[in-house]
Design a protein. Structure first.
Ligand code: ADP
Ligand code: GLC
Length: 487
């Protein structure tokens, strides 16, 4: 049994902006089930504090003259112990984990996440006297990148694993920030934290972690290429021996159409005919024409370039000519929000756009839709296509990252061997999106084949069982690596 300190900047249901929260809220639960003594470390944002009921303070300390305490609680609905870094000077403010109410990055983000990293290091080494010492420190994305770098300077240290959820976000700051954070001088070089004269948080993970993984095998390969590597492809290549891909699982309790209290009508593979009631209910809720037989196309997500918004916007003119209704829920870049809302105003019977964040509506869209739209330009893993499969909603995806690993295009062969579970665009272009949508709609009209596709989708295994085991193997390898270095 390993003692695993799992650090993330968000975890569902305490705080969530995207898929990282889904993973950080479900992988630790799966690891605990496989007998890992896992502790989750998070910043105590106001929303997190609002979402916990029983808790106690287990340590107090300060970094940069800013006092903080460590609060102990449990991840709601599980037995996983959560430690929260309650440093009011940097975490107690309205707004999101990374940005203020206007979507601007917090000016002191480097300091905020450096505090999280220092706390992780001191907890892992039991310097905060929590009476627990980590064997494995598992870091996620740039916010936790300094941890492997700082730990590398300790002779007796736990093994470190760094998971890349999205290489596009790197946590780069100017040199002065490096000085202000009192980071050790010997970390400032191109084979350390320096990245084109900037301090790069993510390099702390990419350079110093014993093992690195991406959230799908395909993304682990893509990031070695300049198009997907965001300047880190060379470094990653040099670490190829320690780099692997492990596909994300989903929280099957929370995303289960058979038990989902957020949707109007529950259904499963055997009662699939009830799914349509979710469609008609959503049409009523969103004032779309009542039509049980029209194809509903759903999308939920961050409205950013990554999610294929340019391709979608350029396709809408042709998509509205087809027999379908489109529902999009999300927040993100203002120009996308405005353009999508303009399209919705122009075609009120065809397009509904809800700008905002709603867990309930996200579930209702998954349950109601026939087709899910995910033409991402890159996608490290993607969870929405996995939720769609679970809800018998067939995804249209680009052949990138985790989408290529989890979706099998519908064709003669994949229909025959019952692996077809969606539609793959061969290129991320407007033309291919329209073509693929037209192809999907033709299958939709053939209800026998469509039911078979839905059945294939709903049988797809997205559980954490195999992937949690993959992480435990990775922990083993990381431990073997440092033990070898010791002897
Ligand atoms: P990413 O992490 O890149 O945003 P994923 O597909 O991995 O993409 O995960 C996104 C998660 O965030 C999903 O659980 C999705 O339902 C959720 N999500 C994103 N935007 C919204 C929103 N506006 N309302 C509700 N849930 C959202
Ligand atoms: C990132 C990626 C997404 C992935 C999620 C969880 O936000 O963009 O593809 O599913 O992390 O790993």
């Amino acid at each position: 049994m390993n003692k695993v300190l799992y650090i993330a900047s968000e975890a569902f249901p305490l705080i969530k902006t995207g898929g990282l929260a889904d993973v950080a809220g479900s992988l630790p639960v799966a690891l605990l089930k496989q007998s890992q003594d896992v502790r989750l470390l998070l910043p105590a944002y106001p929303e997190v504090l609002k979402n916990i009921s029983r808790f106690k303070t287990v340590a107090t300390h300060s970094y940069f003259n800013l006092p903080f305490s460590i609060i102990e609680t449990r991840l709601p609905g599980s037995k996983v112990i959560v430690w929260l870094v309650d440093c009011p000077a940097v975490f107690d403010r309205p707004g999101g984990p990374y940005t203020d109410q206007h979507g601007e990055a917090w000016a002191d983000n480097a300091l905020r996440f450096a505090i999280l990293c220092h706390a992780a290091v001191d907890i892992a080494l039991d310097k905060l006297k929590l009476n627990w010492k980590a064997d494995i420190v598992h870091c996620n994305d740039w916010q936790t990148g300094l941890i492997p770098a700082l730990l590398s300077r300790h002779e007796k240290r736990p093994a470190t694993v760094f998971t890349i959820h999205n290489l596009a976000y790197q946590g780069n700051f100017d040199y002065q920030t490096f000085v202000d954070l009192h980071l050790p001088d010997e970390l400032w070089h191109m084979h350390g934290l320096e990245f084109y004269n900037q301090l790069s948080f993510i390099k702390g993970g990419l350079v110093y972690a014993d093992k690195i993984n991406a959230v799908s095998p395909n993304y682990a390969k893509e990031i070695l290429l300049p198009e997907f590597g965001y300047g880190q492809n060379g470094l990653l290549k040099s670490r190829q021996q320690d780099l692997s891909g492990i596909v994300n699982g989903i929280d099957e309790k929370h995303w289960n159409p058979g038990t989902d209290d957020l949707i109007i009508e529950k259904f499963n593979r055997r009662t699939l005919s009830k799914k349509v009631n979710n469609k008609t209910a959503l049409q009523e809720q969103l004032s779309l024409p009542d039509n049980a037989s029209i194809a509903m196309v759903g999308m939920v997500g961050r409205l950013v370039q990554q999610k294929g918004l340019d391709i979608i916007l350029q396709s809408l003119k042709q998509l509205v000519q087809l027999e379908l209704q489109i529902i999009i829920l999300g927040t993100g870049d203002l120009h996308y929000e405005i353009q999508l809302s303009e399209w919705a105003a122009k075609y009120p019977d065809k397009i509904k756009v809800v700008i905002g964040y709603s867990e309930q509506l996200a579930h209702r869209i998954e349950a109601a839709s026939d087709i899910y739209l995910m033409p991402s330009t890159f996608e490290p893993c993607g969870l929405n296509q996995l939720y769609s499969l679970r809800y018998g909603t067939l995804p249209i995806v680009t052949a990138v990252g985790g989408l290529a690993d989890t979706i099998t295009d519908t064709n003669k062969e994949s229909i025959a061997n019952k692996t077809a579970n969606g539609f793959m665009m061969t290129e991320p272009t407007t033309e291919k999106l329209v073509l693929t949508m037209t192809r999907a709609l033709a299958f939709f009209k053939d209800s026998n084949t469509w039911h078979q596709l839905q059945d294939n989708a709903m049988r797809f295994d997205s559980s954490w069982t195999a992937s949690a085991d993959g992480y435990i193997q990775l922990y083993k390898q990381a431990l073997a690596k440092i033990n070898k270095a010791d002897s």
